[in-house]
Ligand binder design. Sequence first.
Ligand SMILES: *[C@@H]1O[C@H](CO)[C@@H](O)[C@H](O)[C@H]1NC(C)=O
Length: 144
Amino acid sequence: MHAAIVLIGSALLVAYVSGAPSANVKEIVQNVSKKCAAETKASPDQAKIVLSKNIPKDDAERCFLQCVYTGVGVIKDGKFSEEGGKKLVALRFHDAKEKELANKLIATCAKEIKAKDGEKCSLGRAVRECFVNHGKQVNFFPSA
Ligand SMILES: *[C@@H]1O[C@H](CO)[C@@H](O)[C@H](O)[C@H]1NC(C)=O
């Protein structure tokens, strides 16, 4: 009896952590990207930068990325948000090892990322740069 309840409990937990949340992140990223493309007037081609590991090369790409990072909570009030980053990690990753790597990345980027005067949407570039430089194994935005 007891064992059966534990088993059902575990099965539900596994279904929960391996199912819906990851699909949600994908959906959130898709929705936020769509909204940001409209808002920043990024072309479909420019919007592809979300799922790449490219460093944005102009205002349009930087501002689009900054909008997406803001939409998913990694940027808040014009700053990198360690809290928002950790929330995204919790939603995105289920494997303990992946979570640990991703949380380390967030902590590193929280220290490293600063907005730069005189560069429009500099946080869009700074966040992408930090993720690329320190998070090669961390894939925040699922494309499949
Ligand atoms: C994404 O947008 C679709 C269509 O507007 C909506 O049904 C869905 O709930 C949204 N998903 C999230 C996670 O916001």
